[in-house]
Design a protein. Structure first.
Length: 377
């Protein structure tokens, strides 16, 4: 999947060098990506893991996991092929990589050595390094959230499978709605502000419901207001997350331009590969932290109902998921604020690159009649 995903996300940086158009491309990608999440959520909780007489809590039906995975695998393969076919006609208009005389001499060991060396070179770009550091902290938080989410829904909020489905589905709906807001945001503010706002608001949505429950100011479990309130929180959290995700990925594409101007190398693949690698490792690290956290609070195993869990354990789970986790957001924001990228700075970089590319004739001319880059994104 990585062999597809990294070139797929890096391609957006080559389809357009316009500050706003890149945001539109990333927005389209996230809109369609989270539409797929909606399908996966519905198939999971609505079809394969729906509550039944035999399994009142559908996610405990272990026999449903294999067919669910098979359906998702076929769906993923179909969308990958569709995406490749849909962008194939842009190949003649992409920048031509400079020939590397040493490439034919590379062994497998040298390939990996060179790859990590180029990733470290990308991290020497100050703009990317600070943005990268702040974002990785957020991804750790996302990993912990993923590891603890179902525990919180099942035991802290005591939601049924149908209620969990409703709460989970509004999050990708919020992200899809937020992808329409991000281009407007970037026309009035810079992309860095989108990353900061998205990260801070996402963290607040982790903290506030837990704190309100602790002081008795949140709807009681088993009530309709609880589900409605959680859905509202997840919806707005998704909208904020879209500002973070779209802004970050659009900024990485802009930073790849800065890197090309400074080094003469077009390496958006390296930048997005670094992001993809770190994303997977930090989300995995977050999942590990979540599991270790459950061990540290001595979370009881072999239980299926909140009534079987001591109240103090439920409180510790809430602290682990909410305030303690979201505290990392402060460090993340401080890192992102060190990135000084602006619209004006990027426009100057684009003008300088255009002059260099014209000299080197790296970009083939666009056809006189045909689709624009934005229309084919």
């Amino acid at each position: 999947m990585t062999l597809y995903h990294v070139p797929h996300i890096a391609l957006g940086a080559e389809l357009s060098d316009d500050y706003d158009e890149r945001t539109q491309i990333v927005s389209y990608r996230y809109f369609l990506g989270f539409a797929g999440y909606l399908v996966a959520y519905y198939l999971g909780f609505g079809v394969f893991f729906s509550d039944s007489v035999e399994f009142p809590r559908g996610q405990f039906n272990v026999d449903a996991y294999a067919p669910y995975a098979l359906v998702l695998a076929f769906t993923m393969a179909a969308t990958v092929l569709w995406s490749a076919w849909g962008t194939h006609n842009r190949i003649p208009y992409l920048p031509v990589a400079q020939a590397d005389a040493q490439a034919i001499k590379l062994t497998i060991a040298k390939v990996f050595t060179r790859m990590f060396g180029e990733i470290m070179g990308a991290l020497r770009n100050r703009s990317f390094a600070w943005l990268f550091a702040g974002t990785m902290i957020i991804f750790v938080m996302v990993g912990v959230d993923g590891a603890l989410n179902l525990y919180l829904f099942e035991f802290f909020w005591e939601l049924s499978s149908a209620q969990k489905l409703n709460v989970l589905l509004v999050y990708p709906v919020g992200i899809m709605a937020g992808t329409f807001i991000a281009p407007v945001w970037h026309r009035h503010f810079n992309k860095r502000s989108g990353v900061v706002f998205g990260g801070v608001y996402w963290a607040l949505c982790q903290i506030v419901p837990i704190l309100l429950r602790f002081i008795g100011a949140f709807p009681e479990n088993g009530t309709e207001p609880l589900v409605i309130t959680l859905m509202a929180v997840k919806l707005t959290q998704g909208i904020a997350a879209a500002q973070f995700l779209v802004s970050f990925n659009s900024m990485v594409a802009d930073i790849a331009d800065e890197h090309e101007l400074a080094t003469g190398k077009r390496q958006e693949g390296i930048f997005f590969a670094a992001v993809s690698f770190a994303n997977k490792t930090t989300v995995g690290l977050g999942s590990l932290i979540g599991g270790v956290g459950l061990d540290l609070i001595d979370w009881p195993t072999q239980v299926q109902h909140a009534a079987d869990i001591p109240a103090e354990k439920l409180g510790q789970l809430g602290l682990l998921y909410g305030p303690l986790l979201a505290g990392f957001a402060v460090v993340s924001v401080l890192c992102v604020l060190q990135n000084k990228s602006t619209r004006e700075g990027h426009q100057q970089v684009v003008r300088q690159l255009a002059a260099l590319r014209k000299q080197n004739d790296e970009y083939p001319d666009e056809p006189a009649q045909g689709p624009t880059k934005a229309n084919t994104a």
